[in-house]
Design a protein around this ligand. Sequence first.
Ligand SMILES: NC(=O)c1ccc[n+]([C@@H]2O[C@H](COP(=O)([O-])OP(=O)(O)OC[C@H]3O[C@@H](n4cnc5c(N)ncnc54)[C@H](OP(=O)(O)O)[C@@H]3O)[C@@H](O)[C@H]2O)c1
Length: 271
Amino acid sequence: MSIPFVTLNNGILMPQLGVGLYAPKQQDEVKQSVLDALDLGIRLIDSAAIYGNEQEVGQGIVESAIKRSELFVTSKVWMDDMGYDSTLRAFDKTLSDLGLEYLDLYLIHWPKETARKETWKALETLYEQKLCRSIGVSNYYRKHLEELFLHANICPAVNQFELSPFCYMPEELAFNQENDIQVEGYAPLVRGWKKEDVVLNEIAAKYGKSTYQLLVRWNLELGAVTIPKSVKRERIQENMEVFDFSISAEDMQQLGQLFDNTRVAWDPRDF
Ligand SMILES: NC(=O)c1ccc[n+]([C@@H]2O[C@H](COP(=O)([O-])OP(=O)(O)OC[C@H]3O[C@@H](n4cnc5c(N)ncnc54)[C@H](OP(=O)(O)O)[C@@H]3O)[C@@H](O)[C@H]2O)c1
């Protein structure tokens, strides 16, 4: 089944399902996992300088021989590189490591307070120079977005933040949707930490799906783009088999009550 697209606020199309590439203990499997994901039909790649594997990701892209225009490649500027000039330098390194001439989406990875304003200015420059087809933020909650709106010339196209039933803050999702910012949920699988959860298992069984598939579908039902990570071909495939069912309103309601603030990353409220 083909993966649908969402339309970003600048008119460009983004696949609604991609693959995450944070794999600190599996760096030697990253190139092959990119090849597998692309072979299976994934076109959205979620990379970041801090993941330390952009060269491997780039090799996978080149070897796949898929036309560049078919891909949607994302990267992110890490906190140490934030600031106007340093962001432009970090972007150059990312492009060169990936072996690309432009990115589809470049994000501020975390809203480090002292540098986020200048960093956004740098992303606007990259966008105006057509080196990024879209720009956005990550781990921005409402307070960060409201601050950004005061100085930004360009509205972020995407906000990537942690999104699973266990880390679900509906007001944050709604605020992005009201402002025409596409939400991209990361760690949709909660890294497998919740695979024994009784409610997840009961609901997944009802649809004849795994808990992993249920969690991916849950993100899609909310209108989010989602980027489950696996370096294993069969799991990438499993995580893609989510377009042949939908979760009922009643089950969405039940899943939406599982919030316990389980997070794989920091809480943006602390930034
Ligand atoms: N912007 C940010 O600050 C931020 C923060 C965190 C993550 N991210 C992005 O979001 C992506 C996804 O998040 P994540 O990697 O933290 O966690 P995740 O996608 O929730 O979970 C990944 C883990 O689940 C395992 N897994 C995947 N599919 C599975 C399946 N079908 N059955 C059993 N196990 C499965 C993977 O193992 P194997 O790989 O060994 O299969 C891996 O250990 C990241 O890779 C990264 O691109 C962004």
